[in-house]
Design a protein around this ligand. Structure first.
Ligand code: SF4
Length: 734
């Protein structure tokens, strides 16, 4: 009997959730699987958060989809979803694609991806859209995550790698500032690096309208700045102005390593401290203290180093790009980027949000982080793909713009996507003005969703295709540091489930590919074969992976890009060590210097009507909780996580609660110009009076994004997720 028992083996792999990509040791072979944190992986060093600790529960979850689903009556979404064979389901997908493109043109079929997809899947999906479907309509939910940071980093530094230094550098800094981030709740294992710095006496500066656990740590040893949501930009401009006015800037560094600093500083000069305080609510004394702490830690003033980080709270605004630019200007003023134990970085959210934008999931980008409008980039990628550059479509619409035009838009007559293939995303919960997005999805001729649970979006689909999960697939991910890591396959997927690469291969077999392309060669099912091609496509691009191989990733704790193949492909050229730290000598810009940007504050967030009609008198902001992740498709199904975070709680200041007769635990209805949603109140002084905070992980009656604003950043096309005008009422159920 004992000999028949499946052998249990332990595989080194990585958490399926956030961009820390914590190392995990997964033991499987005869389910259920169990897991332990990897003590050696540098980002988590033996730590995991509650999401990571319970990630194995997703694998055998009773609600897992194990067969394709199709509508009982084709084309009738009021009919139930019923099980189907893969052939039946794929035939329906093919019929939808063919009919839509014949009637409305190639761009009427769209692809929407997710930041949780491996590099191989992101790359293959971008290629599938442009070569097999020949549509320009592709984007991904990373547009809602990192796009403002990416646009600003590219503009200033010539390259966008979340952290241009290893996370472990935090432990060596004398001061750390984070704007709009709360790693103590969202990435708890990362706090060991912050804590190591603090235990040496380092200061923490946190910019956040809420007193989060991270902000509380700053208040105890540093300073917590709590601006009104939507005013991070004037706050940062005010910090730059103070640094200049008080003579705290690093003039030799500015002269040697930047372009355009004086114009940027002049533009910031109108943000004197009293004005900043009036606009943001941050006391002048706190502002001064924050600037002095950072300057004192800077190498120019003999400090051990200062690191500045930006997170989604500062970036998910219609002026998010300008806000990141303003913070980058401040970091440059203090002479931080490229210096030891110093720098400026942006903290990616999703597990592979970074890789998604490097390998062509964005509407305007090709692999290697190349622009789709650059003729040389098009020629290079087309050459790797074996097609004429003219085959490649031009840029498509950004994520929200694509979603808003689904089915011909509100009028039903605009050009837009009519058949959508959606993977690893749940926009009914995660997109702004979510009810409008639900209407647009319902207006599609055909919706195909690939997922492993029946998410809110999948439940609207014509066809649902069940996919493999994290531990059942090999592939690479690029974490918050730009470290490319190998997710190893520990289990085979259950019967009835197919990996996304197998799905794309099967669809490619059914579609007319450009002349000379063979489905199995163009869309291989083995991740390593995809990665080998991805390396060639990325060679010479901003995110160069050409010197990285699976063998290296097996042997090393990841490799930081850029990692070019040093002999140009002649063989044996994989010895480039990778680049853990960027910018030590120069920046990859036209003149080798960082490009300071002139940034002006134009309020773009919806104004409250306080003092006017009182219709929407408060400011709403949104964010995350510790035990839930993104739209909650996965974490709302894990028992321990639900016990920790059972429902969506609106944080309401006691003054506001009193005014509306609300007690802790009462239901409150929040209403904005777009819609309303119900939340249970958490009465707390952790939010400033006049601001209401809600988490965005829930569906049903508590979809936070039913409330959020759709105005877009003019550069990044990031929606205004983080600030809008809201009304609050106590809700008494009948
Ligand atoms: Fe997973 Fe992120 Fe938690 Fe680490 S911090 S265990 S990567 S969710």
């Amino acid at each position: 009997q004992a000999n028949d028992a499946p052998q249990r083996t332990t595989t080194k792999t990585h958490c399926p959730y956030c961009s820390l990509q914590c190392g995990i040791l997964l033991t499987a072979g005869g389910r259920p699987a169990t897991l332990e944190p990897d003590p050696d992986f540098p980002t988590n060093r033996g730590g995991l958060c509650s999401k990571g600790w319970t990630a194995h529960e997703l694998l055998d979850h009773p609600e897992r989809l194990l067969t394709p689903l199709v509508r009982a009556v084709p084309g009738d979404r009021t009919s139930p979803l019923v099980p189907a064979t893969w052939d039946e389901a794929l035939d329906r997908v093919l019929a939808a694609i063919t009919a839509t493109q014949a009637r409305h043109g190639r761009d009427a079929v769209g692809v929407f991806g997710g930041g949780g997809l491996t590099n191989e899947k992101a790359y293959a999906l971008g290629k599938f859209a442009r070569v097999a479907l020949r549509t320009s309509a592709i984007d991904y939910n990373g547009r809602f995550c990192m796009s403002s940071a990416a646009a600003a980093m590219n503009r200033v530094f010539g390259v966008d790698r979340g952290l241009p230094f290893p996370l472990t550098d935090l432990a060596e800094a004398d001061a750390i500032m984070i704007s709009g981030g709360n790693p103590a709740a969202t990435m708890p294992p990362a706090m060991q690096h912050f804590d190591a710095a603090r235990s040496r006496g380092a200061s923490l500066v946190v910019i956040d309208p809420r007193r989060t656990p991270t902000a509380a740590a700053a208040a105890a040893q540093g300073v917590h700045l709590a601006p009104v949501p939507g005013t991070d930009l004037p706050l940062l401009l005010g910090m730059l102005h103070l640094a200049v006015r008080e003579g705290l800037v690093d003039r030799p560094y500015i002269d040697a390593r930047t372009t355009g600093f004086d114009a940027a500083a002049t533009a910031a000069a109108q943000w004197w401290p009293e004005r900043v305080e009036r606009t943001t609510g941050v006391p002048e004394g706190d502002l001064r203290r924050a600037v002095k702490l950072l300057a004192a830690a800077s190498p120019a003033r003999g400090g051990g180093g200062a690191i500045m980080l930006s997170g989604r709270g500062a970036e998910q605004h219609a002026n998010g790009t300008d806000t990141v630019l303003a913070q980058a200007n401040l970091a440059l003023a203090l002479g931080l980027p490229g210096r030891p134990r110093s720098g400026f970085g942006t903290v990616t959210g999703q597990g592979n949000g970074q890789g998604g934008r490097e390998h062509g999931l964005k509407a305007d980008q090709l692999p290697g982080y190349r622009s789709i409008t650059d003729p040389a980039a098009r020629a290079h990628v087309a050459g790797v793909w074996g097609v004429d550059p003219d085959v490649l479509p031009g840029p498509g619409r950004s994520a929200y713009e694509m979603l808003d035009a689904l089915g011909g838009g509100e009028s039903g007559t605009e050009p837009g996507v009519r058949t959508l293939l959606l993977l690893a995303s749940n926009p009914v919960v995660s997109a702004p003005d979510a009810e409008r997005v639900r209407r647009r999805l319902a207006a599609l001729d055909h919706l195909v969703v690939v997922d492993f649970f029946l998410s809110e979006t999948a439940s609207l689909a014509d066809v649902v295709l069940p996919t493999a999960q994290w531990a059942e697939e090999a592939g690479t991910m690029t974490n918050v540091e730009g470290r490319v890591i190998l997710r190893r396959r520990a289990l085979t997927p259950p019967d009835g489930v197919r990996d996304d690469l197998e799905l794309l291969n099967a669809l490619a077999h059914r579609l007319d590919l450009p002349e000379g392309l063979d489905a199995d060669t163009a869309f291989p099912t083995e991740p390593e074969a995809v990665f080998t091609e991805l390396r060639r496509a990325s060679a010479g691009g901003r995110a160069d992976y050409s010197g990285i191989t699976y063998d290296r990733l097996e042997a090393e704790q990841g490799v930081f890009w850029p990692c070019p193949q040093q002999d140009g492909g002649a063989g044996g050229g994989e010895q480039h060590p990778g680049t853990p730290r960027l910018f030590a000598e120069s920046f990859p810009t036209h003149d080798g210097r960082a490009q300071c940007a002139v940034v002006k504050y134009t309020p773009r967030a919806e104004r409250t009507s306080r003092g006017a009609s009182e219709e929407y008198p408060y400011v709403l902001t949104t964010g995350r909780t510790m035990a839930q992740y993104q739209s909650g498709t996965q974490t709302r199904r894990v028992r321990q996580l639900v016990m920790t975070d059972p429902d969506a709680r609106a944080e309401v200041h006691p003054d506001l609660a009193r005014r509306h007769g609300v007690s802790d635990g009462d239901l409150v209805r929040l209403t904005t110009r777009r819609g309303s949603a119900l939340f249970r109140a958490r009465v707390t002084r952790d939010v400033v009076a006049g601001t209401v905070f809600v988490p965005f992980h829930w569906g049903g009656m508590s979809v936070a994004n039913a409330l959020t604003d759709t105005r877009l950043d003019p550069v990044s096309r990031m929606p205004e997720f983080k600030a809008c005008a809201v009304r609050l009422e106590r809700h008494d159920p009948d």
